[in-house]
Write a protein that binds this ligand. Structure first.
Ligand SMILES: NC(=O)c1ccc[n+]([C@@H]2O[C@H](COP(=O)([O-])OP(=O)(O)OC[C@H]3O[C@@H](n4cnc5c(N)ncnc54)[C@H](O)[C@@H]3O)[C@@H](O)[C@H]2O)c1
Length: 300
């Protein structure tokens, strides 16, 4: 079994950190406080026995990402929220009410290796090396509320979906796995989709291809990283009444719900609670798994 190359903890030079797009909404700078010990949203102290997990969540400002960030903050994690949308990050910070001692919002593109390096450097500088990575960012292009048929997808759109949905998680794992291996502990959760199980119904061929590929990424990294104490799992949501599901009409979602055995769309919290479970310290014997969260749309 090849061992990960261990490298000493990275302490970024000040100018590297300064170049980061650390997003602190105006008027919230005063919220900066010493990092530890954390308190949950109710103001209660989080377990003193274990240091808080340092969790990086991508696509953090979207529908599912917001719910995931809230779940991880509620657990007591120090959370690095990564997204390309400055405005949405701003709204996320406002919504949670946490300051940068618990929630660091970073504008970064998951398809960029350079951005991933900056994310790691900022996380290490602010909170310490990340021990949890939630690869949640994803795109599913629509045209007038509908997917393009596979034969009509332009190469540019194909490549854009691969860059975000597949290369993004790959780069994130590459960047953060070494630090997790040095800690002898890590939890990686990749956001797949029901489209990986049964082909894209509402989403295009490129989307289904990336989500299916992500299951291969999950299993292969799970094998390679298990000896280092790192688990790698996937969550495959069915239709969720949040985020990108809003890109199509209510009728499309209602028709979809009618076909789900549970009789409803999922909620962002259904997914976020699953991510919380898989990324918990206690979930150390689950790796390479795909957890279907779809109300019975797909069973195996
Ligand atoms: N909502 C659903 O029904 C559903 C179902 C199955 C799977 N998923 C998956 O769940 C994940 C989250 O979906 P959502 O519904 O919350 O979508 P969303 O569009 O609400 O959120 C996605 C977020 O990712 C961000 N993002 C896009 N490109 C990025 C990039 N290059 N770098 C960093 N951030 C980027 C966006 O700004 C956005 O905030 C996606 O991977 C999606 O494929 C969603």
């Amino acid at each position: 079994m090849p061992q990960l190359v261990r490298r000493p903890p990275q302490q970024p030079p000040h100018d590297a950190v300064a170049r980061l797009l650390v997003h602190v909404p105006r008027g919230q700078q005063h919220l900066r406080r010493p990092a530890l010990p954390p308190r949950d949203r109710r103001g209660e102290r989080v377990s003193a026995a274990q240091p808080p997990l340092v969790s990086v969540v991508t696509g953090a400002a979207g529908g599912l990402g917001t719910a995931i960030v809230e779940q991880l903050l509620d657990r007591g994690d120090l959370v690095v929220a990564v997204d390309t949308s400055e405005g949405a990050l701003d709204a996320l910070v406002q919504r949670t009410g946490f300051g940068p001692d618990r929630l660091l919002a970073l504008e970064a593109d998951v398809a960029s290796a350079a951005d991933w390096q900056r994310v790691r450097e900022a996380a290490v500088a602010e909170f310490g090396a990340p021990t949890v990575l939630v690869n949640n960012a994803g795109i599913s292009p629509k045209h007038d509320g509908a997917k393009l048929l596979g034969v009509d997808i332009p190469l540019e759109e194909w490549n854009a979906v691969l860059d975000v949905n597949l290369t993004g998680p790959f780069l994130g794992i590459q960047e953060l796995a070494t630090g997790m291996a040095e800690a002898g502990f890590g939890r990686i959760v990749n956001m797949a989709s029901l489209a990986a199980r049964s082909g894209g119904l509402v989403a295009g061929v490129h989307y289904a291809a990336t989500k299916t590929g992500l299951l291969g990424v999950t299993r292969s990294f799970a094998r390679e990283l298990a000896p280092s104490g790192i688990t790698v799992n996937a969550v495959a949501p069915g239709r969720i009444d949040s985020g990108m599901a809003g890109m199509v009409s209510d009728q499309v979602n209602a028709d979809y719900a009618a076909r789900i055995p549970a009789g409803r769309l999922g909620t962002a919290e259904d997914i976020a609670r699953t991510v919380r479970f898989l990324s918990d310290r206690d979930a150390g014997f689950i790796t390479g798994a795909t957890i279907d969260v779809n109300g019975g749309s797909h069973m195996q």
